[in-house]
Write a protein that binds this ligand. Structure first.
Ligand code: CA
Length: 402
């Protein structure tokens, strides 16, 4: 349903969005919206609202006055894990804020703040969990130290690409199951709010061809990808995005990954190492999330909750579109500038995949939450791989072979 709401909301004018969203969710529209809309807007939005919400207009009119008083002016700060300069990923947080404001006639203002302003980059979930900040935008796999389940919210090595991840989250029951675990563990509710697409496999100061070449290598890589590489002999560090360049340039790490050509170029990683590996097998389709403190969420008017859900769904699509559009140009620039593209060897990929699934089995053996979601995810992965092997792969293998 979220997807449908999103598609409709894109087509509609912003002032009508709350009504559209409410109607799509089978609730009474908000006639109060008309009263609060500027006079100049009434002429254009009123007919659209009537047309869109006509069936629901039979809902009891007695709800209207209550709705009026339930639309408070709210200002929330949003903690993020990102430098503002990364307009792709920080842009996802901004999209959520902009669209929520547009859907609530500017009454619900959310201000995304750069990493470090409200919380350190890798502690967004912490401050949202505590309630110190009501909402955050982050990658949940930064918090695998709290629970390995958080990896499913972002991406697992050799897991799902962006298309498959959305299928699992929205239509495969994945999001619902993860929300139940996040509520229990963190008192947080989360929604997908961005995806980078398949990431690149990172920057290396020297070539790596075999598993032996990984021994003793120091690398910046978060999440379960880092744990897989630990099994293969790598010394792993998790460093916020804004600090990677310095670590790689000074040799504090021998290798580092961030996202892909556009972001990596912005961070200057091509100036610190020249070998650029692919694919980023640890993040085939990572989701970014908005995370909201559950107490704060429960205090919100229903319409504001729906605005956040719809804005997050929009960010989930627009961030991926931005990455895909910008990466194609950035990769060209990087290669023209002398960066050497290198595919991971089959030996490394096979060893990493084997280590990844051993890791998942270890987590499943000691963590019941992980086990339940892992079994569901694994079955979904197997089935969608079978489907995409036939048709998606059939097309792409042909299209890219020329
Ligand atoms: Ca990454």
């Amino acid at each position: 349903m979220q997807r449908r709401v999103f598609l409709r909301s894109v087509a509609a004018g912003s002032a009508a969005l709350t009504a559209v969203t409410l109607a799509a969710c089978g609730q009474a529209p908000a006639p109060a919206q008309q009263a609060t809309t500027a006079p100049g807007q009434q002429a254009t939005t009123a007919p659209a609202q009537q047309a869109t919400t006509a069936p629901a207009a039979t809902a009891p009119q007695a709800q209207a006055p209550a709705q009026t008083t339930e639309m408070p002016a709210l200002e929330w700060d949003m903690a993020t894990s990102w430098p503002v300069a990364l307009d792709t990923i920080f842009g996802g947080a901004q999209t959520v804020a902009d669209r929520v404001a547009a859907m609530t006639d500017g009454k619900f203002k959310i201000k995304p703040r750069a990493a470090g302003e409200l919380a350190p980059a890798l502690q967004v979930l912490d401050v949202v969990q505590q309630g110190a900040v009501p909402i955050g935008h982050t990658a949940s796999y930064y918090y695998v130290g709290k629970s390995p389940v958080t990896a499913f919210g972002t991406s697992l090595p050799f897991g799902l690409n962006a298309q498959q991840q959305n299928a699992w989250l929205y239509e495969g029951g994945g999001l619902e199951k993860l929300q139940a675990v996040y509520a229990k563990l963190f008192n947080v509710i989360q929604f997908p709010a961005g995806n980078t697409g398949t990431q690149m496999g990172g920057w290396f100061r020297k070539e790596i061809n075999t598993v032996a070449d990984l021994q003793g290598l120091k690398m910046r890589i978060p999440g379960l990808g880092g744990q897989v590489l630990t099994k293969l002999g790598v010394t792993v560090q998790v460093i916020p995005g804004g600090e990677i360049f310095q670590a790689l340039q000074t040799g504090a790490v021998d290798a580092a990954e961030w996202v892909g050509p556009y972001d990596d170029e912005k961070l200057g990683l091509n100036k610190a190492a020249k070998f650029y590996y692919y694919p980023g097998w640890w993040e085939p389709g990572p989701t970014l999330e908005v995370q909201i403190n559950l107490d704060k969420w429960n205090e919100l008017p229903k319409a504001y909750q729906e605005a956040i859900k719809t804005a997050a769904a929009e960010a989930n699509i627009t961030m991926l579109a931005r990455y895909d559009a910008r990466n194609r140009e950035a990769l060209k620039r990087l290669v023209e500038g002398g960066v050497q593209l290198k595919p991971y060897s089959r030996e490394i990929l096979e060893a990493a995949e084997k280590a990844a699934f051993e890791l998942y089995d270890e987590f499943a053996a000691k963590d019941a939450d992980f086990k339940a979601i892992y079994e569901d995810w694994k079955a979904f992965r197997a089935a969608i791989y079978e489907w995409h092997k036939v048709n998606e792969a059939g097309y792409t293998n042909y299209a890219y072979s020329k």
